[in-house]
Design a protein around this ligand. Structure first.
Ligand code: MG
Length: 166
């Protein structure tokens, strides 16, 4: 029985960093957060959604976000990362998996994210098509050191657990 359980569950990890540039709002976790800086990248640069997308793909053994959505493809320029997450989720569902739970960490010196956590969790749950009780968002600062602490970048990490439905 133990063997059957271990083969039905698969874990994935995701990590992403984007640079900050002056001008808000801050697009993070699929919502716009009032802030004087925003993330820059080829798509909408939503580091948290990118980390979640990579964790999903990794858990299912389906590669990574760069393979699925190449940054040299003009179709992905300025693209809504929610769309990319949704497309990755479609692949996971087609492969016979469902999301058990998602845990995330956002590393940002500013803004303070505590009051936005429920909103981000709600949006992530909506994108992942699961209840928000299965989604957790944690926020850490960079203790004023390194690129996070100097407010040069925001990093996000995610772990996801998938269950095989086949
Ligand atoms: Mg990214």
């Amino acid at each position: 029985m133990a063997e059957a359980v271990t083969t039905r569950l698969r874990v994935g990890i995701g990590h992403d960093t984007h640079r900050l540039t002056p001008g808000g709002p801050l697009r993070l976790g699929g919502i716009d957060i009032p802030h004087d800086h925003q993330l820059v990248g080829h798509s909408d640069a939503d580091a948290l959604l990118h980390a979640v997308t990579d964790a999903l793909l990794g858990a299912a053994g389906l590669g990574d976000i760069g393979e699925l959505f190449p940054d040299n493809d003009p179709a992905n320029r300025g693209r809504d990362s929610g769309e990319m997450l949704s497309e990755a989720l479609d692949r996971i569902v087609e492969a016979g998996y469902r999301v058990v739970n998602v845990d995330t960490i956002v590393f940002a010196e500013q803004p303070k994210l505590s009051r936005f956590k429920p909103l981000i969790e709600g949006r992530l749950a909506e994108l992942l098509r699961i209840e928000s009780s299965r989604v957790n968002v944690k926020a850490k600062t960079g203790e004023r050191v390194g690129p996070i602490g100097r407010q040069e970048a925001i990093t996000a990490e995610c772990v996801v657990l998938l269950e095989s439905m086949t």
